[in-house]
Design a protein around this ligand. Structure first.
Ligand code: UDP
Length: 341
């Protein structure tokens, strides 16, 4: 029988790519989304890619009655919970909005998971829980979590804590936190990708929009850091690889006979500086990009990248794409939505 997986936020950036990969692996994704940070056209685009239209329930994951109804009406084999706010800067300005939505949403979905006791659950966490790594910049899952630098970061930190405590009280649960590093890129078809609302805060959407002529130039925040070229270093992971990791996570949890709680880094294992990424973008896409160096962004982590050994040993997952593939797909996506030839 086809296994149904509930994907909250399934119309969003990472969610939509995960829905595609779930279909490709023989699962039946069921989306819960209210399109507040996505577009309904994504559903048709998923169908263009996979030949299958996912079922969509229009609604808010914080609506506990709705969520309970979904668990009653559908035989779910797993749940992947993406639906949450993710803009770091906005979370500093509107902390209560972030705590309220991100924590309520998690509790709303986790309650029926705990009541039913046997449905695998995957949580979107983030490398933000490591804060600024002290000493080694390559972090593994044993690296102590640090104090998050934003309310957004705290919602992920607290989310992991809630999941931990739920497991300690109920050892039959099957739970996994995936700690994403920096997701970038788009589907190689050019049909789905990131749709930032307003001026993007993240690096790659800002790069592609600048290349498309929407912004005058990219400002690189700081070039005097103690890194390879003075700019910050991150682990940029292609969104399709990240989506595949979710399928592997569900595969793994479904195979477990006993309860488990796992936390896994999802990155490439390679650090890339902002300047290196900009140069890769220019080189791969044969396009110029105007940039200048500006002041450091407050709260920026200087350097971090993932140790990905556990993802490999536990899930049999490693990233297949590199930053070249990712910036090509990101530019291809930007061109397709702006009708640039
Ligand atoms: N960055 C930049 N200019 C921008 C946006 C981002 O120089 O317009 C830098 C930022 O300082 C950081 C890196 O790009 O070093 C990645 O930033 P992003 O916001 O995408 O991810 P995060 O900081 O959350 O890892």
């Amino acid at each position: 029988m086809v296994k149904k997986v509930l994907v909250t936020g399934g119309a969003g950036y990472i969610g939509s790519h995960t829905v595609v990969e779930l279909f490709r692996s023989g699962y039946e994704p069921l989306i819960l989304d209210d399109y507040r940070n996505s577009e309904v056209s994504v559903i048709g685009r998923i169908k263009q890619i996979t030949g299958k239209a996912p079922e969509v329930i229009l609604g808010d994951v914080c609506d506990e009655d709705l969520v309970n109804e979904i668990f009653q009406n559908h035989k779910l084999s797993g749940v992947i919970h993406f639906a949450a706010y993710k803009a770091v800067g906005e979370s500093v300005e509107k902390p209560l909005k972030y705590y309220s939505n991100n924590i309520s949403g998690l509790l709303s979905i986790l309650k029926p998971i705990c009541e039913m006791g046997n449905i695998p659950f995957v949580f979107s966490s983030s490398c933000t829980v490591y804060g600024e790594p002290q000493g080694l910049k390559e972090v593994n899952e044993q690296t102590p979590r640090s104090i998050p630098t934003s309310p957004y970061g705290y919602t992920k930190w607290l989310g992991e804590q809630i999941i931990r405590d739920a497991f300690l009280a109920q050892k039959e649960l099957r739970l996994m936190n995936l700690r994403y590093f920096n997701p970038i890129g788009a589907h190689p078809s050019g049909l789905i990708g990131e749709l930032p609302i307003g001026k993007p805060n993240n690096l790659v959407p800002f790069i592609t929009q600048t290349a498309a002529g929407i912004h005058k130039e990219l400002v690189i925040f700081g070039n005097n850091y103690p890194t390879i070229d003075g700019t910050c270093v991150r682990d940029y992971i292609h969104v399709v690889d990240l989506a595949e990791a979710h399928v592997k996570a569900i595969d793994y949890l479904l195979l477990q006979q006993k309860g488990c709680r796992e936390t896994v880094n999802i990155g490439t294992g390679t650090g890339t500086s902002v300047l290196e990424l900009v140069n890769t973008f220019k080189d791969e896409n044969k396009i110029d990009l105007k940039f200048s160096f500006g002041p450091e962004r407050p709260g920026d982590v200087i350097e971090i990248f993932a140790n990905v050994n556990y993802a490999k040993s536990l899930l049999g997952w490693t990233s297949k794409n590199d930053t070249r593939d990712a910036v090509r797909d990101a530019w291809n996506w930007e061109k397709s939505i702006r009708n640039i030839k």
